[in-house]
Structures are given as structure tokens and as C-alpha cells.
Design a protein around this ligand. Sequence first.
Ligand code: UTP
Length: 300
Amino acid sequence: MSDKKTSPAVDARVRKVVIPVAGLGTRVLPATKSIPKELLTVVDRPLIDYVVEEARQAGISDIILVTGRGKGAIEEYFDHAFELEATLRDKGKTALLDDLVANIPAAGAVSYTRQQAPLGLGHAVWCARTLVGDEPFAVALPDEISAGGPGFLSELVASFNEVGGNLVAVEEVPREQTSKYGVISPKSRDGDLIAMDGMVEKPAPEDAPSNFRIIGRYVLQPDIFEILATQPRGAGGEIQLTDAMQTLNARQPFHARICSTPIHDCGSKLGWLMANVDMALKREEFSEGLTGYLKARLPV
Ligand code: UTP
């Protein structure tokens, strides 16, 4: 549906997802002083686990984590814990053990590269260039998680299989909130796909070209890497992925996919608290107890 330039191959599959986890997580301090933000739990699973599961459901086989200083515990999370497993086995806690082991990705399915300094999201993605190689790939930011539904990556990959090129996931927000987000500038719309003119970082509501805000899920062509290689620092002195996507948008087809998956933004304390309540209410073992507690706790 885009009339822009030649589209890169539509037949290439999305096999890889880059998950940057090297940021400092300053909005969630002091917790993130010694715990990676990506290991904060929502109910009983760390954020990173939700995103890896989302990728698996989208048929993505290769997980690429861009880690940094103090993030070693993330690697441990995806590995066997031999002492723990042996203890559970000895104590006959077989169900628990089976769950733990089943959750470990296949050997070699997760690769790690390192961003030596948190120079920005664009720089983190660029650090994955060798592991991605010359093929389209997904990017997923683990502080935003799918709250049920099909999952953002499944929706994006389905759209990519239709139109190819580059895609960002978007959701509609009230217009007064546009100044908190990256917002797309639409050209034309066909159902849940929008051909994009560009994107704007945190526009004032009166200047916003739309009220579709960008969610932390993307499918990008590998051409983004050569753009990122010379991308000057942007907002906040960081190498911004949005700036590089703007450049790519001028060269290749770029669509926004309006996702039906509900979202939890766990990068802020309030969003993380709400995610815990919502995800716990969805679990049979907690819903009754938590509902009772909330009813008693809230003013009538
Ligand atoms: P955020 O901007 O939300 O993460 O980046 P942050 O910088 O860690 O958090 P605040 O704003 O200080 O609270 C989204 C994702 O990108 C990663 C983060 O780890 C997070 O998973 N990221 C960000 C990097 O890997 N490197 C960076 O330089 C910046």
C-alpha cells in the first residue's frame, strides 16, 4: 500500500529479535541500582520472560540480548540452575522443576552482545548488527509487555508477512497524552495498517500529527545499521533509534500496525504496579484473594 521507493524483499522471514537490556532504568530507582530493570517481576515472572515468550509465540527462533554492566543476572535467568534443580528433584517437587526447565530456551537460541556504555537505544540496536546480519529483524523493548491478546510481535510479524519493508507497533492514546510518546505521522490507512510519512518525538497535542503512539516493538530492515553507524546523538545526548528510523522512512516503505494487544508500560513505577495488579487478577490462583483485598482496601 505504500507508494514509496522499492520495497525490500517481502519473502524474508523474521527469525531474530533484538532485545536491548543495557539501559540504566533510572525511572525505577532505587530498585534498579542493583537489579536489572528487565528482571523486575510482574507477579512471578521477570519482564524479560514475558517478551521472550511473546517472541516465541510470534515464531521468532533467535533471541539476541544486548546486555551491559550489571546485567549478568539476565544471562543466569535463561540458564540451568543446577543446584536448585537438584534440590527440587531430591525433594520430589517435580512440577516446579519441570516448569523451570521447560522455560529455558534451547541451547544456542539466545545470543548475547554487549553495549559497553548506555549511549541510547539506537546504539544498543547497532551493537547487535553482527548477530543480526543481512536480514529483517524485530526489536522488542522489555519494559512494555503484552497484557494478553495475540501479542505485539505476532501482530507485527503478520503485517510484515503481508507488506514487508519496516514496521512499528502503535496504539491509539488520548490526544492530550501525545507529549509523552513518539507519535507517527500517517499518510494513508488501510484497516489496521497505516502507511507512514514519518514520526515525531513527544509532540504537544496541538502539534501532534496523529494520536497513534509508538510501542516498543519494531520490524526493521538491516539497512538501519549503516544509518545508526553515523547517527549523531539526538534527544538527551543519546543515539536515538527514532532518528535512524526517520532516515530509513525516507528511503524505504514504513508502516505502522495498530495493535489490538493491550499493553502494560512497566518502565514507570505506576505502570509496573498496575501491571502486577492486572496480571494477578487474570490468574485463577490470585484473583479471588486479590479482588477481596482490593475491595476492602478501596474507599466505597
Ligand atoms: P528505556 O529508555 O526505557 O530504558 O529503554 P532506560 O534508559 O533503562 O530507562 P530510564 O528511562 O532510565 O528509566 C528501553 C529499553 O532499551 C534498553 C533498556 O535496557 C530498556 O530495556 N536500553 C536503553 C539499552 O539497552 N541501552 C541504552 O543505552 C538505553
